[in-house]
Design a protein around this ligand. Structure first.
Ligand code: DAT
Ligand code: MG
Length: 139
């Protein structure tokens, strides 16, 4: 069942490099409504859990270290076809392969430090949103 919601994080490189406002503008301009948003920093435990599916990948340690290295913005976004449309807006995981005009093409540093997260399915959008926000924080 489509929930029309997705979950995103603006990652530490995006915040560090001063791209937070520009990326949020792109998200709003693309028609997403913010249902929840917070400026926060992940603990090692949270980052490990969030990226658990990648635990066996060679880059897992580096990913957890990077995702806990500075503040992030976490948000739940709503739009028709949210998951797919958001993945289109952010572009490919590797910014070298991301389409022109996408968030990652414009702002990501590298495949590891790639500016933004977007859920890959409705099911994961729900799980990830609930991981970061309580029911009372979702509007
Ligand atoms: P995405 O974030 O596009 O959904 P993913 O789920 O495959 O990509 O991977 C999660 C994150 O892990 C990704 O945003 C950055 C990091 N990552 C993926 N592949 C990597 C690689 N080959 N080297 C370093 N980091 C990588
Ligand atoms: Mg993914």
């Amino acid at each position: 069942m489509a929930t029309n919601r997705t979950f995103t994080m603006l990652k530490p490189d995006a915040i560090e490099n001063g791209h937070m406002g520009k990326i949020i503008d792109m998200i709003i301009d693309a028609g997403f409504a913010v249902k929840a948003m917070k400026y926060t920093q992940l603990s090692e435990e949270q980052a490990k859990k969030f990226y658990e599916v990648h635990a066996e990948r060679p880059f897992y340690g580096e990913l957890v270290e990077y995702m806990t290295s500075g503040p992030i913005v976490a948000a739940i976004l709503e739009k028709d076809n949210a998951v797919e449309d958001f993945r289109t807006l952010i572009g490919a995981t590797n910014p070298a392969e991301a389409a022109e005009g996408t968030v990652r093409k414009l702002y990501a540093e590298s495949i590891g430090r790639n500016a933004v997260h977007g859920s890959d399915s409705d099911e994961n959008a729900e799980i990830e949103g609930n991981f970061h926000f309580s029911a009372a924080e979702i509007h």
